[in-house]
Design a protein around this ligand. Structure first.
Ligand code: SF4
Length: 112
């Protein structure tokens, strides 16, 4: 931290380039959930919605709506998911389009 502060003083406001390679330690970071559509039921989807503290999940009819822009990767839905939910392993989610962060998962399988 002190290095970056002193560097900023010496060179003015600076930012660094995005890294070309992803560090190995980042594999331990919590990541947003991925859902197995065919393992989801309406009851399970409702439980997932209920445990999500950031309201990143909602059910609309037979779809689970996942707002990755609101997800904090807390893991509660993964714990509750009973094999239907797992960590995606993906943390590079930046997008210039808010809509691209909202995913729809068909409950019970099938195209969504
Ligand atoms: S990881 Fe946490 S914040 Fe993200 S969808 Fe699951 S319960 Fe919600």
């Amino acid at each position: 931290m002190a290095y970056w502060f002193l560097r900023g003083l010496g060179h003015g406001i600076v930012t660094t380039r995005y890294p070309k390679a992803i560090d190995v330690w980042t594999q331990t970071l919590p990541t947003p959930p991925a859902f197995h559509s065919d393992r989801l039921t309406l009851a399970l989807a409702d439980r997932l919605v209920a445990v999500c503290p950031s309201r990143a999940l909602a059910r609309e009819a037979d779809e689970l709506v996942v707002d990755l822009g609101a997800c904090t990767a807390c893991g509660r839905c993964i714990d509750e998911g009973r094999g239907a939910v797992e960590a995606s392993g993906v943390f590079e989610l930046a997008s210039t389009s808010r809509e691209r962060l909202v995913k729809r998962v068909r409950i019970g399988g099938g195209a969504g």
